[in-house]
Design a protein around this ligand. Structure first.
Ligand SMILES: [Zn+2]
Length: 342
């Protein structure tokens, strides 16, 4: 799934013709102050709009107009710390963008930018501007601050006020043809066998659903692992359930969790952390597993991590997979016992 996330960041091939036009526009300084990026859901509008922002902020653009991703401003943008980007989004999901928010946003756009490339205002979803907010925005769109670009992203261009629309340069991102989308998704590691043509015309929607499914799998596996170690559920039952999961994804997750738990165990051992003091915050582990990890003796746990790597090799053989998982989990439980009695 890391592959899928990575591929969704790479430029999708069906954006190429539109990007060609943008490359020419930026080359000849014909990019308007107001840019409206629209198109049906799932075609990668946000990806396209982000690419525009990246290009506008870059000091060393590539020949095709793309940002270099290397210069000082690109690095700040990639780290999400660029000082010249202001975002205007609803305060809560499903709520409208309010007029007060637009006023504050417009004020920020008038501040002197840190870089000569100017300021960027980002509005998403633009159709969520309340009527008074849209009216208030009109003034800024009509008389934008120098070197300022406002990028509006919307699924529903028809829901925008006509006066806002008419003050923006329109960038309409098209859907891909199903064949192009299928090979792009396939390269991203998404199973395309059961996807119909409608899904294929919205490949970013497919990626999002796949990521969501993966996130819920991972959260269930985290619970299973914690419950197995704590003895809250019978390991045979847990193993029966886990044996039915996609093996490669499961083993990839387990391998990464084992590595992160070993790192946490080593850290705790070196810091002499008192297990009663609670888990240190670790971004790569859910809290339940971090708490378990700091109780582990890294020297006892390390061989188990090696065993996880060996087990991954059995995933593609005829071995009784449920038994393999069960024995792996039982041996992990024993690691904890050895720690407690030592
Ligand atoms: Zn750059």
């Amino acid at each position: 799934m890391t592959d899928a996330a990575e591929a969704s960041r790479r430029a999708p091939p069906w954006h190429a013709p539109l990007w060609g036009h943008f490359g020419q526009a930026i080359e000849s300084d014909r990019v308007a102050h107001g840019l409206l990026v629209c198109g049906p859901p799932g075609v990668g509008k946000r990806r396209f709009a982000e690419r525009i922002v990246a290009a506008l902020l870059c000091c060393e653009r590539l020949e095709n107009g793309d940002a270099c991703d290397q210069c000082a401003t690109c690095r700040q943008r990639l780290a999400d710390t660029h000082p010249d980007i202001s975002r205007l989004v609803p305060e809560e999901r499903g709520k409208l963008i309010k007029v007060d928010q637009v006023r504050a946003f417009s004020e920020r756009l008038h501040l002197t930018p840190q870089y000569a490339t100017g300021r960027i205002g980002w509005i998403e979803p633009a159709e969520d501007l309340s009527p008074s907010a849209a009216n208030s925005l009109l003034k800024t769109l009509e008389e934008p601050p120098r070197d300022c670009h406002i990028v509006l992203v919307t699924d529903r261009v028809s829901a925008l006020m006509a006066t806002v629309r008419s003050r923006c340069q329109l960038w309409r991102v098209p859907p891909p043809d199903p064949e192009t989308a299928a090979s792009w998704l396939d390269a991203a590691g998404v199973d395309v066998a059961d996807l119909d043509a409608d899904s294929l015309r919205a490949p970013f929607g497919v990626i999002e659903r796949a990521s969501r499914d993966y996130a819920s799998l991972v959260s269930a596996w985290d619970d299973d692992l914690a419950n197995a170690i704590r003895g809250r559920e019978d390991i045979a039952l847990i193993s029966e359930r886990l044996a039915g999961q996609p093996r490669d994804l499961f083993m990839d997750w387990l391998y990464r969790r084992a590595g992160a738990m070993l790192a946490a165990a080593l850290e705790a051992a070196q810091a002499g952390t008192d297990p009663a003091a609670g888990a240190p915050s670790r971004r790569d582990l859910p809290e339940s597993l971090a708490r378990i990890a700091i109780r582990l003796d890294p020297f006892v746990f390390q061989p188990w991590c090696a065993r996880v790597a060996d087990t991954a090799r059995l995933a593609r053989t005829n071995a009784d997979w449920q038994l393999v998982i069960e024995s792996l989990f039982l041996s992990l439980k024993n690691c904890l016992k050895r720690r407690r009695t030592s």
